[in-house]
Design a protein around this ligand. Structure first.
Ligand code: FAD
Length: 323
């Protein structure tokens, strides 16, 4: 049975994050031929509506308000509740991002609805929408469905391929007036950390360093390799705890969960808590001095060697190929 599915487009620095297009593709699968309605919340977001439509949304509803210029869960919840009332959807899909992880459970609880989080695949079986999600730190997968009420889901970035952009596609972009009031928190100022370039959670290539990198300076060859590959730098908790890099780079059970096309682990032993954050990467390359290191058990390609010799060699070879 066809359904009407809402998708929240996530705006960062004036453009839509890639996970928004993946969420549209997920919504298409969940709608089973029904309608996919994009939602944009913020200030001056109307112009981004076409981007959602060209990636597969049938139409877009925007909620613009001065109080929505910065994300607050209160403000966004009020905006989305107004859209839900107006559109009356069967389900809502968010990215499994900091924003989606904050907002989706809040709304689902408010509306007494079910939420399936960190979804990696969506399929239809016997008229039901089945969501696949990893459990036990990625060691197993479970399939779940929501049997009653509004269906909430957050999708893991880099898992569900976005639909190809169709620049000729058009659709209605309407604005909804929402009364945004009584916010319990107001953002006074956003102080951004120096950006490392590519966003780790959406990166297609990640070069990650562990305690084997040995120092802050030891990350330099990894940064160089990431730059040549157009990727991001990540780290194990071992490297973060040793103060070789910032905790924002930590990948794993208590860090970010990533699924790039290529993950290059340098001087990382492969502790279970690290694997929880990266073992679903499409291709894993491990560089480690110890041939018995556990990381080789999940690696597609293993290089036993000193990372300070291997990484610059890889950089040089990729540079020849790619530049
Ligand atoms: P190590 O285990 O010390 O490994 C360093 C590796 O570098 C070794 O295999 C060594 O052979 C290799 N090496 C050394 N020199 C070189 C060289 N020159 N060239 C090549 N290889 C070299 N960890 C995470 O990563 N993410 C998490 O989110 C996380 N959450 C945790 C949550 C909990 C509750 C707990 C208890 C732990 C968590 N940990 C997490 C920590 C985890 O258990 C490991 O301690 C950590 O991942 C180890 O980091 P590492 O592999 O960099 O260091």
């Amino acid at each position: 049975m066809s359904k009407k599915i809402l998708v929240l487009g996530e705006v960062r620095d004036g453009s839509l994050r890639n996970v928004s297009f993946e969420a549209v593709a997920a919504a298409k699968a969940a709608a089973q031929g029904g309608e996919v309605v994009g939602v944009l919340v913020g200030q001056s977001v109307h112009s981004l509506g076409n981007d959602l439509i060209q990636h597969g949304a049938d139409r877009v509803v925007t909620v613009e308000h001065v109080q929505l210029a910065q994300y607050t869960s209160d403000g966004y919840a009020q905006a989305l509740l107004a859209v839900i009332q107006d559109v009356n959807p069967d389900g809502i899909i968010f990215g499994h991002t900091a924003l989606g992880k904050d907002l989706a459970p809040k709304l689902a609880a408010k509306l007494n609805s079910g939420l399936i989080s960190d979804v990696t695949a969506i399929e239809e079986a016997g008229g039901n929408i089945i969501f696949t999600r990893p459990i036990y730190s990625g060691k197993a997968f479970e399939k779940k469905m929501i049997t009653d009420g509004l269906m909430f889901a957050t999708i893991r970035p880099n898992n569900i391929a976005p639909l190809e952009k169709d620049e000729s596609k058009t659709g209605d972009i309407s604005s909804l007036q929402a009364d945004i009031k009584d916010l319990r928190s107001i953002i006074k100022e956003v102080v951004q950390k120096a950006s490392t370039g590519v966003d780790l959670s959406e990166a297609k290539v990640i070069v990650a360093g562990g305690r084997g990198v040995k120092s802050k300076e030891g990350f330099e060859p990894l940064k160089e390799l990431a730059k040549v590959l157009g990727g991001a730098v990540g780290a194990s908790r071992g490297a973060c705890d040793a103060d070789y890099c910032d905790y924002s780079l930590q990948i794993g059970q208590t860090g970010k969960v990533v699924t790039p096309d290529l993950y290059i682990a340098c001087g990382i032993s492969g502790a279970i808590q690290h694997l929880a954050g990266m073992s679903n990467s499409k291709v894993i390359v491990a560089i480690n001095k110890d041939p018995e290191a556990n990381i080789f058990n999940v690696a597609d390609y293993g290089i036993v060697g000193d990372l300070f010799e291997v990484v610059p060699m890889l950089t040089e070879e990729f540079r020849k190929l790619l530049i």
